[in-house]
Ligand binder design. Structure first.
Ligand code: ZN
Ligand code: FE
Length: 241
């Protein structure tokens, strides 16, 4: 499975999945249509599936135009069927859909929004988790509750550690500032910081991360309990940047 990262809007990533040049493709969270259409053209791919992790505009903004131009089928959580443009098929926890010959597992991970889902490709060891888990961070609670988000993060943390994590935004540098403000001076974090700077200085994405990295460094996954996690999330809300 090949994954193309397409930067969109200010700091979103759209993910384009395909097996071979000239073949079919699936797109995840197309915030805009144009950069996706350009990439499809460049790689001679035909788009047949659009997957949305949740209903926020910066994850669905390209749905309408992409459907109009390619006829792709749109999948999202059953919860979001009525609030995502062009949505056709609703998905629930434990459902599977075929992605280019591989079975993708659907995980319900509410908290950021109530209808938030993730797409897990167990064989390829990839997870697309939208705005629930970020590298060194997590999403804000817009719907649902801190408790739901906490449970969802642990649902993700239970995946195999070598699973590569594809998040909805390039927030890693800002999240690192927050982690350092908490006083983490570990060797692991310093190594991460050096690697991150090297990637970003070359204009490369910080993503994907991995479940192992996030379990080691992400303070939201390392929080001891719900109270700890909640305190941290509220602290981050007012941290700025
Ligand atoms: Zn969002
Ligand atoms: Fe977002």
């Amino acid at each position: 499975m090949k994954v193309e990262l397409i930067p969109a809007l200010k700091d979103n990533y759209v993910y384009l999945l395909y097996e071979k040049i000239g073949g079919p493709a699936t797109v995840i969270d197309p915030s805009e249509a144009n950069p996706v259409l350009e990439k499809l053209d460049e790689l001679s791919l035909s788009l047949n599936k659009i997957l949305n992790t949740h209903h926020h505009f910066d994850h669905i903004g390209g749905n309408e135009e992409l459907v109009k131009k390619t006829g792709a089928h749109v999948y999202c959580s059953t919860y979001d069927l009525n609030r995502i443009p062009e949505a056709q098929s609703g998905l629930k926890d434990g459902d599977h859909i075929d992605l280019l010959g591989e079975s993708a597992n659907i995980l319900e991970i509410p908290g950021h929004t109530m209808g938030h889902i993730a797409f897990w490709l167990a064989k390829s060891k990839l997870i697309f988790c939208g705005d629930t888990l970020f590298s060194l961070g997590c999403g804000r609670v817009f719907e649902g509750s801190l408790e739901l988000l906490w449970k969802s993060l642990h649902h993700l943390a239970a995946l195999p550690e070598d699973t590569m994590v594809y998040c909805g935004h390039e927030y890693t540098e800002a999240n690192l500032k927050f982690v350092k403000s908490l006083g983490d001076e570990s060797v692991e974090l310093s190594t991460f910081e050096v690697d991150l700077a090297a990637k970003r200085n070359l204009g490369r994405p910080s993503l994907p991360s991995s479940i192992k990295t996030e379990k080691t460094l992400n303070p939201f996954l390392r929080a001891k309990n719900l109270a700890d996690f909640s305190r941290l999330r509220i602290q981050k809300d007012s941290f700025g940047a």
